[in-house]
Design a protein around this ligand. Structure first.
Ligand code: DQA
Length: 139
């Protein structure tokens, strides 16, 4: 059974409460429970942190053992060379996801330090971005 970690960065603990017109009105926890039921063929894990170093520690922890990481690094996507280096340093493939279509938003959201080191990027499909990323591990 493939082991996949969904890793959420800063402010994503506020999903369902935060800027609902952009991020929707569902909490991630509820969505994650549904995903686990729908994709019972995967061993799914979830971790969220608002702290850059803890996100890096988690990538190191799973990055030589798990089959995949689905990473929404939130605003660190646009700022963090350290997370980009962590992705480059591990062997587990990482898929970058975003709930919103960052290219329709402020220009500072158009650049990702992470994409280059990721297997692929899925963005703009709401919470379904995570499901589509997970689906890619089915093949
Ligand atoms: C986000 C997009 C980022 O620009 C933003 O800082 C987030 C969420 C998204 O999922 O759309 O926190 O990663």
């Amino acid at each position: 059974m493939k082991k996949i970690l969904i890793l959420n960065g800063p402010n994503l603990n506020l999903l369902g409460v935060r800027e609902k017109s952009i991020y929707g009105d569902r909490s991630f926890e509820g969505f994650f429970e549904e995903l686990k039921q729908q994709y019972a063929n995967f061993e799914l894990h979830y971790f969220q942190s608002n702290t850059e170093g803890l996100i890096i520690d988690k990538l190191h922890e799973v990055g030589f053992a798990y089959d995949g990481v689905i990473l929404n690094a939130g605003a660190y996507t646009h700022t963090s060379v350290a997370i980009a280096d962590a992705i480059a340093g591990i062997t587990t493939p990482v898929i970058e996801v975003h709930i919103s279509n960052v290219h329709q938003r402020e220009t500072f959201r158009h650049h990702s330090f992470l994409s280059k080191n990721c297997k692929g990027v899925i963005l703009g499909f709401g919470l379904d971005s995570y499901r589509l990323a997970l689906e890619s591990f089915n093949s």
